[in-house]
Design a protein around this ligand. Sequence first.
Ligand SMILES: Cc1cc2nc3c(=O)[nH]c(=O)nc-3n(C[C@H](O)[C@H](O)[C@H](O)COP(=O)(O)O)c2cc1C
Length: 156
Amino acid sequence: MMLIRLTYFSYNRLNDWYASKDRGVAEILATSVANNLRDCITGALICHDRWFVQELEGAEDKVSAAFERILRDQRHRDVSLVTMQAVSARRFPNFAMACLLPHEDNCDLFRHYGEDEIFDPRKMRADRLSDLIEAMADRGTTGGQAWMKKPAMNAA
Ligand SMILES: Cc1cc2nc3c(=O)[nH]c(=O)nc-3n(C[C@H](O)[C@H](O)[C@H](O)COP(=O)(O)O)c2cc1C
């Protein structure tokens, strides 16, 4: 199986659909985890107030199919594909979709990798965006619900 890693960012529209953003994030994650476990996709999603940044990794056909669904989703807009590349190993083998929320313990990372006070993925190089996701994951995923942390089955 050819392992693919796809990275994109998009503009968060949860405010247009949900009274509470937390509710929106929880719904997205519930669907994502269920589908990704089924499709052996792993990855991480930064849920910033204004932006989503997501990495999906898995078999090419499964990742492409998930991305096509994601592109059509009205809960975000202006989805920009950053990279889609073959990789030799998964970066998030234990997460069907890790949820990375900005908080006081990791907000320095947005400044460090974004090189700006205001986080704007449009201004970032692809490798810096990827490094930001990895650094946030290293600081720990947030949310705490067990279903977010369920490991992917049969992950390569
Ligand atoms: C920011 C964002 C990230 C998402 N990530 C995933 C994902 O990793 N996997 C997935 O299957 N759906 C993801 N979704 C949801 C899809 O857009 C779509 O609603 C879902 O795949 C439909 O699944 P269903 O056909 O089982 O209802 C995401 C949506 C958003 C807005």
